[in-house]
Design a protein around this ligand. Sequence first.
Ligand SMILES: [Fe+2]
Length: 349
Amino acid sequence: MRLLSSLLIISLLFFFACSTTQQREITSIKIAFGSCANQDKPQPMLDIAASQGLDAFVFLGDNIYGDSRVMDTLKAKYRRLASKSSFQNLKAKADIYAVWDDHDYGENDSGRHYPYKKESKEIFMEFWEVPENSDRRTHDGIYGVEYLKKGDLIVQLILLDTRTFRDDLIFRRKEDTLNGHKNDYIPNQNPDSTFLGEAQWAWLETIFKAPADVRIIASSNQFSHEYNGWESWTNVPHQQKRMLELIKSTQANGVIFISGDVHWGEISKMKNEGAYPVYDVTSSGITQTWDIIEPNNNRIGNPVAQNNIGTIEILKSENAVKIEFALIDSSAQKIELHKLELSEISFDK
Ligand SMILES: [Fe+2]
């Protein structure tokens, strides 16, 4: 009897030791993100985001439909967003970060020639509560980096400015359809044209060289999809190539894009010869949808036509780092899911 009791106690101790060790071994960081939110519409997607157990939520642009050169109008529209219970709920549950796209920058499809970019930036910094001592306030544009850290897991959140420095895009003419071009824009092949501007490129190089397990790049515009003639990195292809080259030259591991803008959700995967593939998880929109989803040969899984948010969860154990991408719909279901190991997006195999 005594032997049996001893064996039982030993077994129980072993079981508890194993489960505690297992719990201790896994560290996780979870972020969610979304874009394209009309301040005059209800935003239940933000309540769904708030229920996901997040460390952070990233607003990926078109966070309001500002579309005004009158700064008081822009401020009033931000106030309408702030007054929403769903926005307040999310803000109470997760750290909030933001980049902008054209409509909250101030004007549809605008870039570096938009004359109110400084004034608009001031309002952006105040609304998103960017700390007074942040570098984001001292240089031109809104780009910056944040670090999410748990245990020895380090996630870089790289917040790009795709508006302040970007050259005007080239409008498509009727005859350009002969070359397969469509919608508003054809690729700008001029090597002097820029998407990020030299200062932001130089800064990004230093960020890529800093230690991190995973680097999530918040870019309002899509990066890894196939050209479709709407605004995106594909309209300045030599700058898209420069990004791929920068990943290689800095040997930056774990680069993943998150993007918005297009009013549908999808996960894209772009080859990078001599390196690992670049994933781009697009979530759009919080309130907006679009009737025509463009073809995209780089898409994995299916596109999401209804309102959605995206999530990325990073799970680090002793032996591996696992990453899960998801797109979550308005009934809180994960309707697109993609899992990978960090080693698949790393130079260190
Ligand atoms: Fe946009």
